[in-house]
Design a protein around this ligand. Structure first.
Ligand SMILES: *Cc1c(COP(=O)(O)O)cnc(C)c1O
Length: 461
């Protein structure tokens, strides 16, 4: 709020002459406005959200309640350590649980998203090579099916991207990997199961080859929902991982709030973790800023603390039973895949885990595109799957139902897809017009991307 003190510090020509023209409405009007917006926007309270790669699972309400506790929500980052011992204990404990789940020795909770975790991990990899006096490692080997943030994070760190091909079964082509590795390789970056939902069975060989070439192995943990409690990236040979708390550990994401992308490392990389670290000492906790080899701070204060509380509650609620998340996530995905197989067919024969990629190219409906099918699903109250990703599959539709969907919801989705395909065969033009029921029809995506208009103006401007 600008009191007289603050206004006085502004140069005269930069002060408002008239009050800002902000809309002024009563509380009921405002409540209805947001109610209307909420109904116009698909969310998990309305229906299934099978957006592949994004793990849009239901976020339990108890997480929200715990994050709102005054002692957590009212914490201020400048409070003295002695007054935030509970918050520090929660973070310290969460770091250890994430270590147990992933097989890593130490974690930092600072990064604010998966992509931010990737960037943090790659900065540590650069620091590690520099500390060994090895300044020639300027490349990151990334599969052609990788999520776009992987090459983007490498580029942000000034590293060159070297693409490794996927074989016919969708996993990394080992012969191509051997060709791509060199004394310039800083890291190999993988997710497992990969973005096609397929488990990299040769992961131990990949790790051996990467390490023999002097590189480190980075785990993009966005797909941990397939493995949590069942298998650990540390045991597969990975050196660094990031997790997306807003995917696997049920904290809100997308329009729902900020994310969190903790990074975990093997012991030999611990000195490079962001500062400060939370240390347990005597019966209490303190923040250690004295870390000469750290890559430094990657975010203000301690990360998105509210997300950490939610993830803590989620893990605590499952306890040792957390493997059921992965088991049910894989079961629902395989069930849906088999339900859709007669209509759509899947992109690959290999057995998928928590997500799978279908394609419209084998459909008998003439000129049916993935985009048409996806847009028509909106008319049936179903959020569309991810489309045109991974880019290695033409007309891709990537489904990830998650473990929080019932068999009835999966059957309903399969029936909707079948009905749309029948409709496409009978009346091919209709699909190009979809969605018909949504507040906004088929948008011109090129104009929306090139000339976005995101400002609000009063009607009588
Ligand atoms: C979501 C995702 C990311 C990026 O995570 P953000 O939290 O959105 O930054 C990276 N890799 C894969 C495979 C993903 O699905």
């Amino acid at each position: 709020m600008d009191g007289p003190g603050l206004a006085a510090t502004l140069p005269d020509d930069q002060r408002r002459r008239r009050p800002a023209r902000l809309p002024s409405v009563s509380e009921p009007e405002l409540a209805r406005h947001f109610g209307r917006l909420a109904r116009r926007t698909h969310n998990l309270q309305q229906g299934i959200y099978p957006l592949g790669s994004c793990t849009m699972k239901y976020n339990p309400a108890v997480n929200e309640e715990m994050a709102q506790l005054e002692g957590f929500a009212g914490c201020h980052p400048y409070q003295p350590e002695a007054t935030i011992q509970g918050a520090l204990e929660l973070m310290w404990t969460l770091e250890r649980w994430l270590g147990t789940i992933t097989g890593m020795d130490a974690f930092s909770l600072q990064p604010a998203a998966g992509a931010h975790g990737e960037w943090t991990g790659l900065r540590m990899i650069q620091a590690w090579h520099a500390a060994s006096g090895d300044l020639t490692r300027t490349e990151v080997v990334i599969p052609d099916s990788a999520h776009g943030t992987n090459p983007a994070s490498a580029a942000q760190c000034g590293l060159a991207v070297v693409t490794v091909r996927s074989g016919a079964d969708g996993t990394v082509d080992l012969e191509d990997l051997v060709r791509r590795l060199s004394p310039r390789t800083a890291a190999v970056m993988l997710t497992n199961p990969n973005t096609l939902g397929i488990f990299e069975r040769e992961i131990a060989t990949v790790a051996r080859l990467a390490h023999a070439a002097g590189a480190l192995l980075y785990y993009d943990g966005a797909n941990l929902n397939a493995l949590v409690g069942m298998a650990r990236p540390g045991d597969m040979g990975f050196d660094i991982v990031h997790l997306n708390l807003h995917k696997t550990f049920s904290t809100p994401h997308g329009g729902g709030g900020p994310g969190a992308g903790p990074v975990g490392v093997r012991a030999r990389l611990e000195p490079f973790l962001p500062t400060p670290r939370i240390e347990r000492e005597g019966g209490g906790y303190r923040l250690d800023e004295d870390r000469p080899r750290s890559i430094g701070k990657v975010r203000s204060f301690y990360g998105n603390f509210g997300m950490l509380v939610r993830a803590y509650c989620y893990i605590r609620a499952y306890g040792d039973g957390i493997a059921q998340v992965a088991q049910d996530a894989v079961l629902t995905s395989r069930y849906l895949r088999h339900r859709l197989a007669p209509a759509l067919g899947t992109a690959l024969a290999s057995d998928s885990f928590h997500e799978f990629v279908a394609t419209t190219t084998r459909s008998t409906a003439p000129r049916l595109r993935a985009l048409d099918l996806a847009k028509r699903m909106i008319d049936f109250g179903i959020y569309p799957p991810t489309v045109y990703f991974p880019t290695t599959v033409p007309e891709a539709l990537m489904f990830e139902p998650t473990e929080t969907e019932s068999r009835a919801a999966l059957d309903d989705l399969a029936e909707v897809v079948t009905a749309i395909l029948d409709e496409a065969a009978a009346d091919p033009e209709r699909l190009h017009m979809a969605p018909e029921q949504a507040p906004v029809g088929r948008v011109d995506e090129v104009s929306a991307a090139r000339h976005p208009e995101v400002r609000w103006w009063p009607a009588d401007r």
